[in-house]
Design a protein around this ligand. Structure first.
Ligand code: PLP
Length: 354
């Protein structure tokens, strides 16, 4: 078995990339910020651009301290390993990214068990969490951590409201559990909810945000928490090979994204709504109402699988991703404009009519 990704077919140009916001490319201004970044040795604490990013990101997320890591996956794994001991239980939604999309890392690295909680659109309620709390006994795994995903990716890019997050955090803390937020698309939620990231994460002990999604940076994520937590977490950053050298080149891109690419997420959300409206008019397609930049849809009514439709539009220069047999995902980001959204609808309609 090879797990290596298939080499992309570069001979077919991609004109409209709805595959993922991770595929957005750094803008010329962002590259300029990278080129002029002051750098040092991140691992040794002498890279000023990395410190500047960590300070700013900690402030945005309302936490005492922050750490720069190469990816969101590493943020989750450093957080799990720092919060928990092997054998501990983490409560997360059944569709959580840590559960299904991180290569089994929670078991392999932190040695934790994940209890999957049910709930519509990638979220669970405080009541569901309360019902899953087990009495402390030598039989049951020690329950250590509650994990929430903002926005809930497989849930449809949905936003947890500040109230529901606070209610979940209250139950967690009352039972001696900590709360960790996978904030891969935290800023999308902040813009969609019209709330500050700080208010959204107030009930969370730790949170990270990804710069390679809608924010459009080439590499990097920042994990934030208390000073004591981040201090502890540095051992795991080192252990996993997440301590970097001239990280400032990338930190400068992330800082640029934080200053210039947050407000514009509203455009992606408007484009997502326009795409959803357009696609809902295509016979056989049903669309899940988007809340942010992710548009999930079903191809079941067309008789075609999502993968078949994706293969049919690919030669036309259009890409989207496949989530399940009949479930596709189209993702809006800074490299897709309103005209391309309209064209994408036309192309899908044509592909299905052919
Ligand atoms: C993308 C994503 C991750 C992982 O982030 P990477 O930077 O790709 O490692 C984690 N959680 C969610 C919800 C994501 O969408």
């Amino acid at each position: 078995m090879s797990y290596e990704p298939k080499r992309f077919d570069f001979s077919i140009p991609v004109r409209i990339n709805l595959y993922s916001d991770t595929q957005s490319k750094p803008t010329p201004a962002m590259k300029e910020a990278m080129l002029s970044a002051e750098v040092g040795d991140e691992q040794g604490g002498s890279d000023p651009s990395v410190w500047a990013l960590c300070d700013r990101a900690a402030e945005v997320m309302g936490k005492e301290a922050a750490m720069f890591l190469p990816s969101g996956t590493m943020c989750n794994q450093v957080a799990l390993a720092t919060h928990c001991r092997p054998g501990d239980e983490v409560l997360a939604h059944v569709d959580a990214h840590i559960q299904g999309a991180e290569g089994g890392a929670p078991g392999a690295i932190a040695g934790v068990m994940i209890r999957g909680l049910p709930g519509p659109r990638g979220q669970f309620t405080a009541e569901t969490l309360a019902a899953a709390i087990t009495p402390v006994s030598r039989y049951s795994p020690p329950q250590r951590l509650v994990e929430v995903e903002q926005t809930a990716n497989r849930g449809g890019g949905t936003c947890w409201s500040v109230d529901s997050l606070n209610a979940v955090a209250e139950v967690a803390h009352a039972n001696g559990l900590q709360v960790h937020m996978d904030g891969a698309r935290l800023m999308n939620a902040a813009v969609a909810l019209g709330a500050s990231a700080k208010d959204i994460t107030a009930g969370c002990d730790t949170v990270w945000l990804d710069f390679t999604k809608g924010l459009g940076a080439p590499l990097g994520a920042v994990l934030a928490g208390s000073k004591a937590f981040i201090g502890e977490a540095w051992r795991w950053k080192q252990r996993l090979g997440g301590s970097m050298r001239q990280g400032g080149l990338n930190a400068a891109a992330c800082l640029y994204a934080l200053e210039h690419h947050v407000d514009r997420l509203a455009e992606d959300h408007a484009n997502a709504k326009a795409l959803a409206r357009g696609m809902a008019q295509i016979p056989g397609i049903t669309v899940e109402q988007p809340e942010t930049n992710l548009v999930f849809f079903s191809t079941e009514g067309t008789g075609m699988t999502a993968a078949d439709l994706a293969a049919r539009v690919r030669p036309m220069g259009l890409m989207f991703s496949v989530s399940d047999t009949y479930r596709g995902r189209a993702c809006l980001h800074l490299d897709v404009n309103a005209a391309q959204v309209a064209e994408a609808v036309t192309l899908m309609r044509g592909a299905l009519a052919a």
